[in-house]
Design a binder for this molecule. Structure first.
Ligand code: PDD
Length: 267
């Protein structure tokens, strides 16, 4: 496979990162992740905007414009014959003298296989484990996921799919997904301490009446339906939070409708 590294498209095996890059030693870098559907990079413009915004907010120098990035991605999809796959853009924090300050980083763009949850999970819903935590600089897609990677051993042992973060009784998001709740037909999603997900944005277009507001952990537990959204999960129903059953414990009708509408939107 081919990737973008060293300012050009090269064989992936020739891509290297310096061991002292602060992405590695401090977790300081940014990335973004999107996918192709039938060779088309879905919602590309939104992902590129977010990546460019993340670079600016982290004071990292992205030396490529939006049209240049789009061109590189187009070429990579062609060269890798990427019909349905993932594309990861990574801008590292760079190597600096004090091993701490951001410097000129490296841009990598590489293609990956996609791994969606099983059909059974979409049909029956999955469990989230609640964890008291709030992400720092949550709206920037930084490379720092040390905490959820560490948590994952625990949530897997408890047969959960992922976590739901809450802090001061308010919920924010899952480790790599946004969250929506439905109560008496009304859809709501939190607006604080979250990454502004592109899938979340699409759901807000499908259901423009959604309330974007602070949501408490108590409200989460008393919801009729819950689902999470992300590039790699699409719309995934949640039927358990810890050992608490959500609604009837089955995937709800509004969630099912949005899942179907989203499939149409991807076409
Ligand atoms: N995660 N919140 C966080 C913290 C995320 O890392 C992600 C994406 C999302 C959902 O955003 P989107 O709909 O744009 O994918 C929310 C990616 C998929 C990942 O880290 O694998």
């Amino acid at each position: 496979p081919y990737c973008f590294a060293k300012n050009g498209i090269i064989d992936s095996s020739a891509a290297h990162i310096h061991p002292m890059d602060i992405s590695l030693i401090r977790g300081y870098g940014i990335f973004d992740f999107f996918r192709t559907s039938n060779y088309v990079p879905l919602f590309l413009s939104d992902y590129l905007d977010r990546f460019i915004r993340s670079a600016a907010k982290t004071h990292l120098n992205l030396q490529f414009s939006k049209p240049e990035l789009a061109e590189i991605i187009k070429e990579l999809i062609q060269k890798n014959n990427l019909e349905n796959g993932g594309i990861r853009m990574l801008l590292t924090g760079g190597v600096s003298e004090n091993h701490f300050s951001p410097s000129d980083g490296q841009l990598f763009i590489f293609c990956e296989d996609l791994l969606f949850p099983s059909q059974e999970k979409y049909e029956k819903g999955v469990k989230l484990l609640s964890v008291e935590h709030v992400r720092a600089i949550a709206d920037i897609k930084t490379t720092n996921y040390a905490y959820p990677v560490w948590l994952s051993t625990d949530w897997k042992a408890k047969s959960a799919e992922d976590v739901i973060y809450h802090f001061n009784e308010m919920i924010s998001e899952s480790s790599r997904s946004n969250i929506f709740i439905i109560k008496e037909g009304k859809i709501s999603t939190p607006n604080q301490h979250i990454l502004h997900g592109i899938t979340r944005m699409r759901v807000l277009e499908l259901a423009p009446e959604t309330e974007i507001r602070p949501i408490s952990f108590e409200e989460l537990l008393s919801a009729d339906e819950i689902f999470i959204t992300s590039t790699t999960k699409k719309i995934l129903p949640i039927t358990l939070v810890d050992d608490h059953k959500i609604g009837t414990g089955q995937v709800g009708s509004i969630t099912k409708k949005l899942m179907a509408d989203f499939v149409e939107m991807e076409k």
